[in-house]
Design a protein around this ligand. Sequence first.
Ligand code: ADP
Ligand code: MG
Length: 254
Amino acid sequence: MKVALEIRNLKKSFGDLKVIRDISLTAKQGDVISIIGSSGSGKSTLLRCINLLEIPDSGQVYVSGELLKMKEKKEGGLVPEDQNQVDRIRSKLGMVFQDFNLWSHMTILENIVEAPIHVQKIAENEAKENGMRLLSKVGISEKANEYPSRLSGGQQQRAAIARALAMNPDVMLFDEPTSSLDPELVGEVLKVMRALAEEGRTMIVVTHEMGFAREVSSNVIFLDEGNIVEQGEPNKLFTSPQSQRFKAFLSANL
Ligand code: ADP
Ligand code: MG
C-alpha cells in the first residue's frame, strides 16, 4: 500500500516547553491510527503540525509522498517555503475538531459546499449534489438547509465530517471528535467514523474512546510528554502494556 502520511523526527516547543520531542510515524493508505494519551501530552499539537496550523521546529511532513518544503528562519525554527504548496497540502487533509467549528452564519449545506466551490472551483450544482450525497452518508440529509445551532452536537459533528469529506482528502485528521458531546450522542459519531474506516479511509484519530481505538484502529500510539511511549497493533498493545506510564493511563481510562 502507498504511504498516505509520513512524519519524520518532528519537534515542536512553545518557549521552553517541549511539546513534541521527536516523533516519526507512517500511515499507509487505509490505515487508522489512534493517538491516545493524557491531556497535555501533545496530541493536538501533533495533529496541528500535520496540517500546518502549527509549524514544527524541525522534522519533515510528507502528504501522499509530497514533502512539505520548509526553510530555516534566521532566528531558528522553520517556515514554509511556498504558500501555494501549503494550501495544496492542506486541501489533502480533512480536519475534524472537538468543537465542530461549523460556520454559524451558513446552513449545513452551505458549510459543506464552501471550500469545494471557492477553493477547488467545483461548479455549484456539482458541489451541492456531492454535498447532499455526503449528508445522506452521515445520516442528516434532512438538515441540509438548517443552521448549525438547530442541530444537536452529534448532528453538528456529523456535518463537520461531511464538510471535511467534501474536499475528498487523502487523510482525515480527527481531534477528539466526540469529547464535547453528551454521552448519548457519542455513538452516532463513532458509527460514522467506523464506516469511514471500513471504506478504507486513511484516518489519524486523537481519541479518549478506548473501545474505538481498540476495535477500529490498525495502529495505536500512546503519547506521553511529547514522546511515543508505546505503539502497535491494538489488541497486543491493550492486553500487554509494557511501560508504567501506559499501565497507569490504561487503569485510569479503561
Ligand atoms: P493534548 O492535545 O494532548 O491535550 P496539546 O497538544 O494541546 O495537548 O498541548 C500540549 C502542551 O502544549 C500543553 O502543555 C499545552 O498547554 C501546550 N500548548 C499547546 N499549544 C500551545 C500554544 N499555542 N502556546 C503555548 N503552549 C501551548
Ligand atoms: Mg488536545
